[in-house]
Ligand binder design. Sequence first.
Ligand SMILES: N[C@@H](CCC(=O)N[C@@H](CS)C(=O)NCC(=O)O)C(=O)O
Length: 208
Amino acid sequence: MTQPKLVYFDIDGARGEAARLAMAIGGVPFEDDRVKFADWESRKPGTPFGALPVLEIDGQAVAQSNGINRYVGKLAGLYPSDAWQAALCDEAMDAVEEISTRVWSTMPLPAAEKKAQRESLAAGPLSHSLDRLQRRLVAQGGHYFADGRLTVADLKVFVWIRHLRSGQLDHIPIDLPERVAPLLVEHHDRVTEHPAVKAHYAKRKVAI
Ligand SMILES: N[C@@H](CCC(=O)N[C@@H](CS)C(=O)NCC(=O)O)C(=O)O
């Protein structure tokens, strides 16, 4: 097998970040192909679904972030081998994908409509999703989402909570996770403290 290449935008977050983190934590050498937004139009037609992330190995490409997370999670030792634990891991990743897609779909909206939709999401579906994710974490013992240890599910949730608290999403209160799901913030801080996560962001010169 050739070294995997992860193709994603040149940002340290969003849909490609959990896979990057998983490979960094698991010591899986990979090419980190960071696409500049200016280059995207020319590269888009060459991707399986006209979107990123894409993982390339041995001249083949695969898309869809959670599928990529599962694959690299297996390479990195961060995906459960037990089928039930794997389902719990997938559940958390899909829950994040579902709500983040709703939030990100507001990006191209005109200002007033974006404000209205984001406020409505924050008060309703986003709060609900955070609350339910927190309950699922608690149901697994409160520390990790599956397998009693760090998996790609924890990385996906970590990236999402970091984004929500970053202030990059206008009209989504940055203290929403603290207010609605404080245990997800504790979980975020737990992942932040992982030595390989710290080392990754120190190398990237990105504050976490
Ligand atoms: N369901 C896909 C969604 C992929 C997606 O929408 N990616 C965004 C970036 S996070 C993208 O490529 N946007 C640029 C475009 O659609 O042209 C996944 O989970 O990977």
